[in-house]
Structure formats: C-alpha cells, structure tokens
Design a protein around this ligand. Structure first.
Ligand SMILES: NC(=O)c1ccc[n+]([C@@H]2O[C@H](COP(=O)([O-])OP(=O)(O)OC[C@H]3O[C@@H](n4cnc5c(N)ncnc54)[C@H](O)[C@@H]3O)[C@@H](O)[C@H]2O)c1
Length: 338
C-alpha cells in the first residue's frame, strides 16, 4: 500500500480520486489552497470513507511550505491535479496561467526532488490535440494546442517527461483526460462549477434544476450522425480508478508514459440530452444556435493504450454519468424527487 500526496486533492477529480485510493487501501495526503474547492469537502470525504485525510493548506508555488510539508509524511508518489483550468481565463490572463500551472509545477517538482519523491501522475488533457485530423485520437496524434491553457498542459507534460528521461524522476504518467463528468454515486461529492458552467453536463443539470431556462446547442450542421458536436464523456469514478491504476503501475515499474483516458465512445450533444432525459425522467429544453468558433466536430479517444498498460478500462456508460451528475446536482439544490 502506498502513501500518495494529491495536489488539488480537494477539487472535483482529486476528491473522487481520494475516495478511490482510500478504498484501494492507500493513504492519501491532500495539498490544496482551496482556491477552487469547498471547505466542506474534507468533511464530506470523511463521512464518505470513514477516514480523515491530512490536509496541507498551501499553494504549490510556495516551495518552502510544500518542502516542509512533504517531510512530514512517507510519500511514495504525487498525483498533481492542482491547476487553473478555464480556457477563456487563460487567454485573458496568460501570465497567471503560466505562473500557476508551469511555475507551480516546477516549484512542486523542486520540493519533490528535495525530498527524494520521484514518482508523479500528472493531470493532462485531451485539449493538447487541438484540432485532430480524425477520431478516435491515438496518443501519437500531433499536438496542436489552440489556447494558453492547452499550452501549459503540453509544457508540463514535456517537463515531466524530460525529468523522467534524465533520471530525475523514476516514474511519470501523463494522463490526457477527455471530458470528465458525473459524481460519486453516493452524491456526497461532485463538481461545483462557479458561475455559468463552461461544460455541457453541469449546464444540462442546471437546466434540469430550473437554474437555467434552456440549453444552447452550438451548431447542428457538423459532419456527425445528428449534426451536433461529438465528445468523449468519461465518468469521474472511472477516471479516479485510472489514477489509482497509474500510481500502482508506477510503484511496481520505473517507467514513464502518456495515455488517453476516455471511453472511446463518441457521444453527441443531443445523445447526451436524450440520455439525461431517459436516465432522470426530466425534460431538457434546448435551442439550436450557430456554431462557436474553434469547436471541433468530433473528438474522442482511442483508449487502448491505457488498457494495455494499466489494465484499466472505463466501465460506466452515459446513462450512469447522467444519473450520478443529476443526483448530485439535485441533492445540492434541495430537489428531492430524483
Ligand atoms: N475537469 C475537467 O474537465 C478537466 C479536463 C482535463 C484536465 N483537467 C485537469 O485536471 C485537474 C483537476 O481538475 P478539476 O476539474 O478537478 O479541477 P478543480 O478546480 O475542481 O480542482 C483543482 C484543485 O486544485 C486547487 N488548486 C488550484 N490551484 C492551486 C495552487 N496553486 N496550489 C494549490 N492548490 C491549487 C483548487 O483549489 C482545487 O481544489 C486540473 O489540472 C485540470 O486542468 C480537468
């Protein structure tokens, strides 16, 4: 069993990974500055798992505090979630993103090096593929980042790969997530987007709960089966299991790799709307509006490498994603008839 430190472990994907790692018998330490996650999450995790996880409240850029904190625990590996992640904000404030994501990662790696912690799992994103030539997208597809957020992910991947290549890290996993959605089936933890959601599933949930009157579907004339954009949605619990599998793989093998984490199944906007309606017996009003600039028709993973390397495969389908996302949203909003 391992002791794993999760930067950003209080956030959406980090909190689900905490629950899964704990269930698989690992010790979890959380390092988070709470800039994008609730103060109630540690207590929710305690009630969910029956365990209290040590929390280091710090910014990853604060090397002195992070280095001191890393000495307190026998840490075998780090999963590095902490980052800023809004594409629009990254274009509005590039230096903030370069500082938080890239400088932050360098500071974290320095602190790890000072404590001889030499295994890392990194939260990358399928956004590094930009406009792919085709889907399913394999890991060796060209990387064509379209925005500053995506560029920071690619720089961080390269940084980590270089440290592994030069022997500074013993184990390194770059995990390229497709579209994480859903929540823990207990509805005790989930996603809490601030303001108007950027992503489809939280938006659909807010239409279902009456916070928003209707969903805007951007474009119905794409070259896809129903004309709406196709993406690869992956249940956050499957994603969390993949992180546990990646950590366990790094602890058993000194290796570096980059893999896609997706289901490999393309789901259109209207597929998702209909699956949501079917799973939750709620009507989702929507309006077709013009395409958004920069959107790609179809974007889904070839997930075979992760299966081959880690023995991991996404198990949960779109209905489970819609159901768990909605139960979480409804519970938060005080809606009882779910
Ligand atoms: N959610 C997605 O759709 C998605 C897709 C692809 C990749 N990712 C990546 O996965 C990771 C986790 O995403 P998430 O959706 O869970 O985000 P999130 O915002 O819910 O979680 C990130 C956590 O990191 C913390 N944090 C941010 N900056 C920090 C800093 N400088 N120091 C310490 N803590 C800090 C936040 O408080 C938050 O708890 C991010 O790196 C993100 O870029 C997310």
């Amino acid at each position: 069993m391992a002791c794993v430190l999760l930067t950003g472990g209080n956030g959406y994907i980090g909190s689900h990974t905490t629950a899964v790692l704990s269930e698989r018998g690992h010790d979890v330490i959380i390092l988070d500055n709470f800039s994008n996650s609730g103060r109630d999450v540690p207590d929710r995790l305690r009630r969910l798992t029956g365990k209290t996880f040590p929390i280091i409240e710090a910014d990853i850029r604060d090397t002195a505090t992070v280095t001191a904190a890393l000495a307190e625990f026998p840490i075998d590996a780090v999963i590095h979630f902490a980052a800023l992640k809004a594409v629009g904000e990254s274009e509005a404030d590039p230096l903030l993103y370069y500082d938080m994501n890239i400088v932050g990662t360098i500071r974290l790696l320095e602190a790890m090096q000072a404590r001889n912690i030499r295994r890392i799992v990194f939260s990358s994103s399928a956004t590094v593929y930009g406009q792919p030539d085709f889907s399913p997208i394999p890991e060796d597809a060209p990387t064509r980042v379209q925005n500053i957020y995506g560029r920071t992910k690619l720089v961080m991947e390269n940084l980590i790969t270089d440290l592994a290549r030069t022997g500074k890290l013993l184990g390194a996993a770059n995990l390229r997530y497709f579209n994480p959605v859903g929540a823990h089936p207990s509805a005790m933890i989930g996603e809490t987007p601030a303001g108007v959601p950027n992503n489809l599933m939280p938006y659909v949930c807010q239409v279902a709960s009456g916070i928003r009157p209707f969903l805007q579907v951007f474009g119905s004339d794409y070259d896809t089966p129903d004309g709406t954009g196709v993406r690869d949605y992956i249940h956050v619990m499957d994603l969390a299991q993949a992180h546990a599998a990646a950590v366990e793989h790094l602890l058993a093998n000194d290796t570096a790799f980059t893999v896609n984490l997706g289901t490999g199944i393309g789901i259109s906007v209207l597929d998702l709307v209909h699956a949501f309606e079917h799973a939750n017996k709620r009507k989702i009003e929507y309006k077709i509006v013009p395409r958004r600039p920069g959107d790609v028709a179809s974007y889904f993973a070839n997930p075979e490498a992760a299966e081959k390397l880690l023995g991991w495969k996404a198990r949960l389908g779109i209905e489970e994603m819609c159901r768990d996302a909605w139960v979480w949203e409804a519970k938060r909003g005080g809606i009882n008839d779910v």
